[in-house]
Design a protein around this ligand. Structure first.
Ligand code: UD1
Length: 353
């Protein structure tokens, strides 16, 4: 059985990915430093999968000795690397913290992967690398724009690091038979659009600390009474209803894309040693449409008001997901309504209602 290391596997996306990997028959090792989560989601993963024996290592991937130790202890066939800070605003205020954490952890993983004979590495990237563009939808060939935050920059830099590491390892292919091929690394970067929603069991989901920055947790917390009123940032954008357009991808669909990508790497199906895929639905949805859909599917009224634009927001971005559809045999399946119902069920679950 192939073994996948999920770094940051106790977090929002990592926990959903762990469930889908186990459902697909992989052995999974979860490593997390618990800096942005507690054990709620990992406990949920155990309940959903009925598995009490998933190895969980509380460790920081910035600790190179701990990462090396992990690779010595377990034979790892593939790594899915989530362990990173992700708050855009905080990254602007504390860039060193972001560069230190997001780069060090990834470098340690890559170094250990190489030292232990190489493996497949899947990096969790973001549509933020495309920045503001009016050529929509974006394909993987769309140019990346200079990052608008240190967080976004770490995504770009880590993509480049993975590309270079893979390129160096590809040189091994030209070696004489019998040469030491230790250290071959293949890589995939998945560029997520806007992940939202929760597992249909409502046992795992997003657990933001403090005031949420992202739209859907802010909506669900407003609906449950934890926040007074949602501010819709800007209704004067050049879009049909004046609010921003995004591509909201269900987190379970997103998790399944990881399983497809890991399978592609492990089954030797990659066409290039480093590949990039957009993971989105291909459908733009405005903030107002999303709010209306949330109200309708959950049968409630949300307290919201229009507020000034938020600095750094792009007007519109959505994916062309054709490459992932074709090459990974993956497609977003859950409807926006199902996803928003799952987000609400999760909020009620954590509120104990
Ligand atoms: C941000 C990050 C992205 C990351 C994603 C998910 C950037 C520029 N964006 O995307 O990399 O993958 O989060 O973590 O790096 N909105 C409101 N009111 C709110 C909150 C949001 O109106 O209280 C609006 C925003 O203006 C935006 C939309 O909702 O138009 C989505 O915002 P958000 O959920 O924060 O995601 P992004 O900024 O698109």
């Amino acid at each position: 059985m192939k073994r996948v290391l999920v770094s940051g596997g106790a977090g929002y996306i990592g926990s959903h990915v762990t469930v889908e990997l186990i459902n697909a028959g992989y052995d999974v090792v979860v490593a997390d430093n618990m800096s942005n989560c507690d054990l709620t989601c990992f406990e949920g993963v155990k309940k959903i999968t009925g598995r009490d024996d998933i190895p969980f290592i509380e460790m920081d991937c910035c600790d190179d000795a701990a990462v090396a130790d992990l690779f010595s202890k377990y034979r790892i066939d593939a790594v899915i690397h989530f362990a990173a800070f992700k708050a855009v605003g905080e990254s602007v205020a504390e860039p060193v913290k972001y560069y230190r954490n997001n780069l060090d952890s990834f470098l340690n993983i890559l170094e250990a992967a190489k030292t232990h004979g190489g493996c497949n590495v899947l990096f969790s990237s973001s549509a933020t690398v495309y920045g503001e563009t009016d050529k929509l939808p974006v394909t993987e060939e769309s140019p990346r724009q200079p990052a608008t935050s240190p967080y976004g920059n770490t995504k770009q830099i880590c993509e480049d690091i993975l590309r270079d590491v893979v390129k160096a390892a590809a040189g091994y292919d030209a070696m004489e038979p019998g040469a030491d091929r230790k250290g071959v690394v293949k890589g995939i970067a998945l560029r997520y659009f806007n992940p939202i929603g929760a597992h249909p069991s409502a046992l795992i989901g997003e657990l933001p600390r403090g005031v949420p920055n992202n739209l859907v947790p802010y909506i669900t917390q407003t609906a449950i009474g934890k926040r007074e009123c949602l501010s819709i940032f800007g209704n004067d954008y050049p879009t049909p209803d004046g609010t921003c357009l995004r591509d909201y991808i269900d987190v379970v669909d997103l998790a399944k894309a990881h399983v497809a990508a890991v399978g592609r790497m492990l089954d030797g199906k990659m066409e290039e040693s480093y590949e990039i895929f957009n993971i989105g639905t291909g459908r733009p949805v405005s903030v107002l449409e999303l709010v209306n859909a949330f109200e309708k599917v959950n049968g409630l009224k949300l307290n919201y008001r229009f507020a000034p634009r938020r600095a750094g927001d792009t007007t519109a971005i959505w994916a062309d997901p054709m490459r992932a559809n074709r090459e990974l045999g993956w497609k977003a399946e859950r409807t926006l309504e199902e996803t928003l119902a799952s987000a609400w069920a999760w909020e009620k679950h954590i509120a104990g209602k």
